[in-house]
Design a protein. Structure first.
Length: 504
């Protein structure tokens, strides 16, 4: 560096630096956001906007829905489309209720389930109908045998295309909603909703086509093609598509509970589940070509046992989630975050439901204002009838009861997530933000503790899970209220331990 440049730098006036000791005073003098003169540049921020992502996903699914419905209507006709739609919607509530029942321990957000159903009904169905039609036409042109092209397309092309398209929804939830994908049950439920949506659209096509054939040949009633198709697809095998895709969901569920350093396992398990789903789907589609009794043989020897095995695995996984609560939450009870009775109640579906009912009934009983029954006032004559609560008070009590029940349900959900997070940490599957997530869940529990803790304690005692020999020492060994008299519970300060400071 030349001497001239050094002299030039020394001649410039010195710029004072902000002192670290004055950081509080400096930040306090910063104007409000609406008065900022220098705002952050929004480079690429549109892609990070939650509103933009939701709008983009809804737009894509809506376009796919319009396209697939137009294609199905073109193949079935308007009348056939309406008949197929009316019949195809009948098994949907059964399927959704079954998977939602399985997910009662730690319910997945409805936005994930609705996205999965919409993806299967619109996006996956659109990809499948376009790809299958193109592949079948290409095979027919290459082999000059349309019948062989249909068989090959149904047994080889369709399983690969359809299962891959449905697996995309499970993959998206697994990648972008990772906190809400914690195990086998989540994989089964997401895959089940996706396949239910796909089967819904496919049933519209098959039932609408069968109705069109019946219209041409003049058949109706029980002997019609529409009735036979409905019996096979909606009565005998409504769980066919969900059963195939659930194998993929199980693979993703096993990957979710695997340690983070086992990358090969986390990749291989979903792929193995997808391959099994494709193979089972191919066997089901090819059963018609195995002779007159091929379909019944595959249905009875293979489909029913596999369905029973998968159902057992799903229920076992659900019970395992409940056992996780009783194994992991006592550590937080020992630290004072929970009462000793809460892990016992949270690990029982019956006790959890009773706690929600007790929280709701408590406000209804409180508005009556009289434990001896409505209309009775002690100290007055026998014929005196005290005025009952007003309609406004009753409505307010019902609203408060619903809010209390909702608070207990949220408390149960957060406690389940906390136990699942702790189990993941034990297995090395939790992320680096474990401490932050744990603190956030504890904060949510703390906000609802005053409502949920006594309700769960009451439920643990009422269901017999808190037996006398398991009663903790003082200050928890205070007598429980008689739950059989009033149908509710009373808040007991002796049931609440010394609380640690709330999280910030």
């Amino acid at each position: 560096m030349s001497d001239g440049s050094v002299q030039q730098r020394q001649s410039q006036p010195a710029v004072p630096l902000l002192e670290e000791q004055r950081v509080g005073e400096i930040l306090a003098a910063v104007p409000e956001r609406r008065h900022w003169r220098y705002r952050p540049r929004r480079v690429g921020m549109v892609w990070r906007s939650r509103t933009f992502r939701i709008a983009a996903v809804c737009t894509v699914l809506a376009l796919c829905g319009l396209a697939i419905l137009a294609l199905v209507r073109d193949q079935t006709g308007t009348e056939g489309f309406l008949v197929g739609l009316g019949l195809a919607v009948l098994p949907v509530p059964l399927l959704m209720a079954a998977f939602r029942w399985l997910d009662r321990v730690e319910p997945a957000p409805w936005r994930n389930l609705l996205f999965s159903f919409a993806w299967g009904a619109f996006a996956a169905a659109l990809v499948a109908i376009i790809a299958n039609s193109f592949a079948t036409r290409w095979i027919a042109t290459a082999t000059a045998d349309p019948s062989d092209a249909d068989t090959l397309g149904a047994t080889v092309i369709a399983p690969v295309v359809e299962e891959s398209a449905k697996a995309a929804a499970v993959l998206l939830i697994f990648l972008f909603r990772r906190r809400e994908f914690n195990g086998i049950v989540d994989g089964v439920v997401i895959a089940g909703f996706t396949a239910s949506g796909f089967a819904f659209t496919e049933n519209i096509l098959y039932l609408g086509t069968a109705f069109g054939e019946d219209q041409q040949i003049g058949t109706s009633g029980v002997v019609s093609m529409t009735a036979a198709t409905f019996f096979v697809r909606a009565v005998m095998s409504p769980f066919a598509h969900p059963l195939f895709t659930v194998l993929t969901g199980i693979g993703f569920g096993l990957a979710a509970v695997s340690a983070r350093h086992r990358r090969i396992r986390r990749i291989a398990l979903p792929l193995l589940g997808l391959v099994l789903a494709m193979g089972m789907h191919a066997l089901w589609n090819g059963s018609a070509s195995l002779g007159p009794y091929g379909f019944y043989a595959v249905y009875g020897v293979f489909m029913v046992p596999v369905f029973g095995l998968v159902t057992w695995l799903a229920i076992w996984s659900r019970r395992r989630e409940l056992r996780t609560l009783s194994a992991e939450l006592p550590a937080y009870a020992a630290a004072g975050w929970l009462t000793p009775a809460e892990p016992l109640a949270l690990s029982s579906m019956r006790a959890r439901g009773m706690a929600r009912d007790a929280a709701r009934q408590r406000h209804v009983a409180a508005v009556r204002g009289n434990p001896y029954g409505p209309g009775y006032a002690p100290g007055y004559g026998q014929g005196y009838v005290a005025p009952g609560p007003s309609a406004r008070a009753k409505a307010q009590a019902k609203a408060n009861g619903r809010a209390a029940a909702r608070a207990v349900a949220e408390y149960e959900s957060f406690a389940t997530s906390l136990a699942s997070l702790r189990r993941q940490a034990r297995r090395g599957a939790a992320g680096p933000d474990f401490a932050e997530r744990e603190l956030e869940l504890l904060h949510h529990l703390w906000q609802r503790r005053d409502v949920a803790a006594p309700a769960l304690t009451y439920a643990a005692h009422a269901t017999g899970r808190l037996r006398p020999h398991r009663l903790p020492a003082a200050p928890y060994a205070y007598p429980f209220p008689q739950h059989t008299q009033y149908g509710g519970y009373g808040y007991n300060p002796y049931l609440t331990p010394h609380r640690p400071p709330p999280p910030h």
